[in-house]
Design a protein around this ligand. Sequence first.
Ligand SMILES: *Cc1c(COP(=O)(O)O)cnc(C)c1O
Length: 394
Amino acid sequence: MTVAKGREFLSIPGPTNVPDAVLAAMQRPAIDIYSGEMVGITDSCLADLKALFKTGGRTYIYAANGHGGWEAALTNVLSRGDTVLALASGRFAIGWGEMARMMGVEVEVLDAGWRRAVDPAAVEERLRRDKGGAIKALLAVQIDTASGVVNDIAAIRRAIDAAGHPALLMVDCVASLGCVPFDMDGWGVDVAMAGSQKGLMTPPGLAFVAANDRARKVHERAGLRTLYWDWTFREGPIHYQKYCGTPPEHLLFGLRKALDLLKEEGLDAAVERHRLLAEATRAAVARWAEGQVLSFNIANPAERANSITCILMQGRNPEPLLDYCRDRCGVVLGIGLGELSDKAFRIAHMGHTNAPMVLGTLGAVEMGLKALAIPHGSGGVQAAVDYLGREVAA
Ligand SMILES: *Cc1c(COP(=O)(O)O)cnc(C)c1O
């Protein structure tokens, strides 16, 4: 028996749901890469990305996924033999660091573990001990998609300043840009990066990097620069240089439309929508947790991300629940990653999502909990509905 036919609900944390309007914008012939419309699309996307990152610095668009964005950020400011400090709070800062290590960069990991945010005091303490200034950059992740944590980037900058340390602050915003507040210049972030396929509602394949003047100064002497990622080359006068080759035209048509949708909604409204849908999800999970099997991976409520919720399952493999939701209900949930594989599942509420999509996903999970006789407090979906009914004014 299945009730899975109909539109599949993709509730994984990337790629996320692509709006029909974005897909439609991509459905068109290729155009000239040297003139008119294409040049205008590039210029407007670069400008809108500056507004999204909140920076007066430079932005760059790469034909690449998030990993490409990581590489772009690293190669432009680092040299072989440099040391970076990866601020781990799950999987992604470690992944970024692994990439740096392969380039000949020394990587030290300051690990907060899988259930907590990065502790700014620990960052300050480590940097104070780096008397010779060996650490050239800090790799931080705003929302770690694997653990479901949100890190306080402004507090990390204050910790760096308190230690009087000159290292660059580099931040991964792949799972947070367009979902939660980010203020590159206000928070003193030197390099930020993101991808197209999470909060930005565009198919995978574009990476974005933003750099301030400080980072661009360091860039002048970086030894790991390669032509494809190179900021200086991409700042050149010819449009062709902006992508170091043929622009990924159709992805850019999609991105242009997605940025228009985001502007139409308003960034603040999108952030508030993410907060409301995340709170609704958490209201359901809190109810389910009464059954003593499910629990929040992130213990401190203030550190739970508004784009992704990671749910632990005590003593059970979540696979049957995920199979049930996919095969019987048409809802695809995120698996646990790394240390949490076979121990957790994830519900994304990121990008192009609304109340019925989140409530539908929560409903399918609750159906699965019932069908598989997994102990849980009942009324999770009701708690989510009650929350939204209270918070979203008529
Ligand atoms: C998804 C993700 C990445 C990697 O992006 P890819 O497009 O899969 O390479 C990096 N960082 C974070 C926080 C992510 O969520």
